[in-house]
Design a protein around this ligand. Structure first.
Ligand code: ZN
Length: 430
């Protein structure tokens, strides 16, 4: 391995993390008005960080802190040291703008090169990049990582299928990097144009979007690709490239010598029990331009315990299961729509669309009704059996009872944007 450090273990990682944490708190406190005020308000300073356990005494930060500090929130380096900004799209409120020093850019490229290495690329690979360039971090990250790694970048961006197909054939690209929907679109185009024998793609790297197992299988089959890797990252934390799954595909290895991942219970904001699902909170260890201290990502995942068969010592987190904002409480159980989604994806004969309806039942208890569609090729005679299978599986996996209503295929509304899944008519606050 040229990029992934060898001999990494929990002991030496903890040492690196403590050193980095102390550096970050001091750096932020000395160079950013926002962090200095925040730490003062919480009565904690650089000298109070003596062990990694002190991390949980530091205050949490959130996206409002970035928006409030627009245009240069969290900036902790003088402008003369900054070499670039990136920003996330501002669908609600102001864009989140993050500053980078040259060292930040180098570390990011290095983390990304590790990702390509873990995905099994070699310098002979030709990497066709189909994600956006510009303010967004995606294109810049995939490209810089590719060059750092030493493979050949084919920087196409999110162009049309014609251009992607043409370049994929002519450049003999071996790796395709895109969102899951773009990968599906390309897989279907390649199939439709009968190009499969003329392309040389052997790996796909997908980022930024949750992808069902069925979708993943279809992409792999249509493109004739065995390994599809999930890359993780967010603009606030450099960009994509903070972790990727290895050839074992059993969780995402992340670069714990560059940042600390904590999992908290999004309701109590206390650390979640080891191995349980919760909100990912991140603290950077060497980021100069815009360091993060206990930044709430609102992404849901869990830290996976035990060693991976690949032998790489870096820890792993699970795939991203959704967003904390989507959580609802039913009969004292925290439930995320993605958990229902996951259960449905394991039951043959059920379509991909669903709705969750919450109401007070006749007996005063909360009642959950899950509306699902039967799949295209399934007859209405199967409804009773399907409903029972769904409710039994929800009871087994999520530990709650619910009603299931099976509907005609295509009868639930579709939108281009994210569909509304949860309809809650209960009175809140009692
Ligand atoms: Zn592994």
């Amino acid at each position: 391995m040229r990029f992934i450090p060898q001999g990494v273990n929990p002991e030496n990682l903890a040492r690196t993390q403590l050193e980095g944490l102390r550096w970050t708190v001091r750096h932020a406190c000395e160079n950013s008005v926002f962090y200095r005020r925040l730490l003062e308000k919480n009565n904690i300073g650089p000298d109070d960080i003596r062990s990694l356990d002190d991390l949980q005494h530091l205050p949490l930060t959130d996206k409002q802190d970035l928006q409030a500090g627009y245009p240069f929130p969290l900036r902790s380096a003088p402008f003369e040291d900054l070499v670039r900004i990136h920003a996330s799209s501002g669908t609600t409120g102001k864009r989140k703008v993050l500053c980078y020093t040259q060292k930040d850019i180098d570390i990011w490229a290095d983390m990304f090169a590790r990702c390509y290495e873990l995905a099994g690329l070699t310098p002979d690979d030709r990497v066709q990049i189909a994600v956006g360039y510009g303010l967004w971090t995606a294109g810049a990250g995939f490209q810089a990582g590719c060059e750092r790694f030493g493979a050949l970048a084919v920087p196409v961006g999110p162009a049309n299928a014609d251009m992607h197909c043409e370049l994929m054939v002519d450049m003999e690209s071996t790796v395709f990097c895109s969102t899951a929907s773009m990968a599906l679109l390309m897989a279907e185009e390649i199939d439709r144009r009968k190009l499969r024998s003329r392309i040389k793609i052997r790996k796909i790297i997908m980022g930024a979007e949750r992808c069902s197992e069925a979708m993943r299988q279809r992409i792999g089959q249509l493109m004739g690709v065995e390994h599809i890797h999930d890359i993780y990252g967010m603009t606030e934390l450099y960009g994509p490239g903070t972790g990727i799954d290895c050839r074992c595909h059993s969780g995402i290895h992340y670069w714990a010598d560059r940042f600390i991942f904590e999992i908290i219970d999004p309701r109590t904001l206390k650390p979640a029990a080891p191995g349980t699902l919760g909100e990912l909170v991140v603290t950077t260890l060497c980021k100069e331009g815009s360091p993060l201290i206990r930044y709430r990502t609102h992404d849901l995942t869990r830290i996976l315990e035990g060693d991976c068969d690949c032998g790489v010592g870096f820890p792993r987190h699970d795939r991203i299961m959704g967003r904390t904002d989507d959580m609802f409480i039913y009969r004292a159980v925290n439930i995320y729509p993605s958990q229902i989604d996951h259960v449905l994806s394991t039951i043959e004969g059920v379509g991909s669309e669903y709705q969750i309806h919450l109401a007070h039942g006749a007996d005063g208890r909360d009642m959950m009704t899950v509306k699902v569609e039967r799949a295209d090729n399934v007859s209405g005679d199967e409804d009773e059996r399907l409903a029972q299978a769904v409710s039994a599986e929800i009871r087994r996996k999520i530990l709650v009872r619910c009603r299931v209503q099976v509907m005609d295929s295509g009868s639930l509304p579709r939108t281009e944007r994210k569909s509304r899944r949860v309809f809650d008519s209960r009175n809140h606050g009692n």
